[in-house]
Unconditional design. Structure first.
Length: 102
């Protein structure tokens, strides 16, 4: 599997868009986007979802872009864990809100 930075660069180049224009589309700085492509920083799930939407793909298609379809990237596990944490936090917040209203 290609690393995520190379995937992002390949997708961007295939669409003929500059780093600056893409950074604007997903609401991050040019510097941050450049670091994503160089593998110097991690991408958040929300930004990855915005990128996928921009490319009219789903997140898994982005992660597997240019790779064998049988490869399951480790980043998928990280993204699922992140979503699970978000859900757990929302559940805790809901329980606390309910307790306050009882």
């Amino acid at each position: 599997m290609k690393d995520l930075g190379n995937i992002l660069k390949s997708l961007r180049i295939s669409k003929g868009i500059s780093q600056d224009a893409l950074a604007f589309e997903i609401e991050i700085s040019l510097s941050t986007y450049s670091k994503l492509e160089r593998g110097l920083t991690d991408i958040t799930l929300s930004k990855l979802e915005k990128l996928a939407a921009f490319y009219e793909m789903d997140v898994v298609e982005v992660l597997l872009y240019g790779s064998s379809p049988t490869v399951i990237p480790s980043i998928c596990k990280k993204l699922i864990e992140e979503k699970d944490r978000e859900i757990m936090n929302l559940q805790k917040d809901l329980i606390e809100a309910l307790k306050k209203n009882i």
